[in-house]
Design a protein around this ligand. Structure first.
Ligand code: URA
Length: 434
């Protein structure tokens, strides 16, 4: 087989056979197909798309490029949750603690932040000592002993995806439903899970800007999961305004730990996502539902479980008790409202980009982040504001991009003199089952 023939067939709108896709991915992983050929292939897929059969074949090929974990010998049902990426999305921390406290095992493999979106691994690493680079043997030990474990994608899980994702990132070929679906699902199918809950974000702060595209992505991933014999449920959730009030790694880790203090101390949007998505994980495992998640968040059991996880992965458990162990930025700068009224919109992408300018995010996968910087006090749509009162706080170390970040945050928070603007009642836009 020749790469040029496979690329040409896709370029001309043909449907590839599973063996053609398997050959291309395998040859690329072994270095026999060049990056420039794989980039051309990815661009052809962006333009021509893929059928469901081709997308499943691509998922299988990327899965087969590496190790597939098998936790069948670890007692209990294993369930994971995956988000397609958002701003202020810190729900994995409380969710893992809560689901595991209800007796369901959670072997979670997460990603790092890229562009304006944040990543769970960066948030976890802001907890002093926390290790996300466990070996697969350590991962299994923590999963068995504690009931949950949180790590990054290791080099031997889906190496084809790792290589292809880095290429897509610099060749404007990320935004393709079959490529995103195969990328996410190959990694999830390698995790040794029985079931999966997908959080497909929709709106200004998400990859999928429209509900239509988000629904297509969700249906594609659910169908792939079914093809692998796994129970998969996808939620479409609103990502037009950030989740919670903090954006930035240590700031988000602190806010997420606050969720263990119960409903009274947690912003409603954050709490809702943890309860609904965690509840779905329990439901898929036949071990309960949203009320059980709410109960363990309120009675301290979720906190206790997450503390065990932090300690087992080398972290400072007192962080979970609320001890002031997180590193802090050098100073805080207020952003004040300039008008009277209510918050009409908070542009999640602009807030994410402002946090990135302050050093919280990466432009490229190789960039270093500053865990201490970011933004807190981000208001919900519907909040009443007064001129001269703070609408956000910037946490700053490097002052070089401060003015630009300040302007971006101001521009992101739209204020209108319209008393009818109300708080969103829910972030859940839909649920898709296989
Ligand atoms: N996350 C992934 O893991 N892959 C994609 O292609 C997009 C988001």
């Amino acid at each position: 087989m020749r790469a040029v023939d496979v690329i040409r067939k896709k370029r001309d709108g043909g449907a590839l056979e599973p063996n053609e896709i398997a050959w291309l991915v395998d040859a690329y992983t072994r270095g026999e197909v060049a990056d420039y050929q794989m980039s051309a292939f990815a661009m052809a897929v962006v333009w021509r798309g893929m059928s469901m059969d081709e997308t499943v074949a691509l998922t299988r090929a990327m899965l087969a490029s590496g190790r597939v974990l098998d936790f069948a010998h670890v007692p209990g049902v294993k369930v994971d949750k995956h988000s397609t990426g958002g701003v202020g999305d810190k729900i994995s921390l409380p969710l893992v603690g809560a689901v595991a406290a209800c007796g369901v095992k959670v072997p979670m493999m997460s990603g790092r932040g890229l562009g304006h979106t944040g990543g769970t691994l960066d948030k976890l690493e802001s907890i002093p000592g926390f290790r996300v680079d466990l070996s697969l043997e350590e991962f299994e030990r923590v999963l068995t002993d504690v009931g949950c474990a949180m790590i990054g994608q290791t080099a031997d899980i889906c190496p084809a995806d790792k290589k292809l994702y880095a290429l897509r990132d610099v060749t404007a070929t990320v935004e393709s439903i079959p490529l995103i679906a195969a990328s996410i699902m190959s990694k999830k199918m390698a995790e040794g899970i029985d079931a999966l809950v997908l959080d497909v974000k929709v709106g200004r702060g998400a990859f999928m800007k429209t509900r239509d595209d988000a629904e297509k992505l969700a249906r594609t991933m659910v169908a792939i999961g079914r093809g692998f014999g796994k129970k998969v449920v996808a939620y479409l959730t609103d990502m037009s305004e950030p989740i919670g009030s903090a954006v930035g790694n240590a700031l988000e880790a602190k806010e997420s730990i606050q969720a263990f203090a119960g409903a009274k101390f947690t912003r409603s949007d954050l709490r809702e996502l943890v309860v609904v998505l965690g509840g779905e994980m329990l439901r898929l495992a036949g071990a309960g539902g949203p009320d059980d998640i709410a109960r363990v968040l309120d009675n301290g059991e979720a906190r206790k479980k997450f503390r065990q996880l932090v300690v087992a992965q080398g972290g400072d458990g007192t962080a979970v008790d609320g001890a002031p162990v997180f590193a802090k930025a050098a100073r805080m700068v207020r952003v004040n409202a300039e008008a009277d009224g209510k918050v009409k919109a908070v542009d999640a992408e602009a807030i994410g980009r402002a946090a990135m300018l302050l050093g919280a995010g990466r432009r490229m996968t190789t960039d270093k982040i500053d865990p201490t910087v970011g933004i807190t006090g981000v208001p919900l749509v519907g909040t009443v504001v007064r001129p001269g009162r703070a609408i956000a706080l910037l946490h700053v170390n490097d002052e070089s991009n401060l003015a630009e970040a300040e302007g971006m945050v101001k521009g992101a928070i739209e204020i209108a003199a319209d008393p009818s603007i109300a708080f969103a009642t829910t972030r859940i836009l839909g649920r898709i089952e296989g």
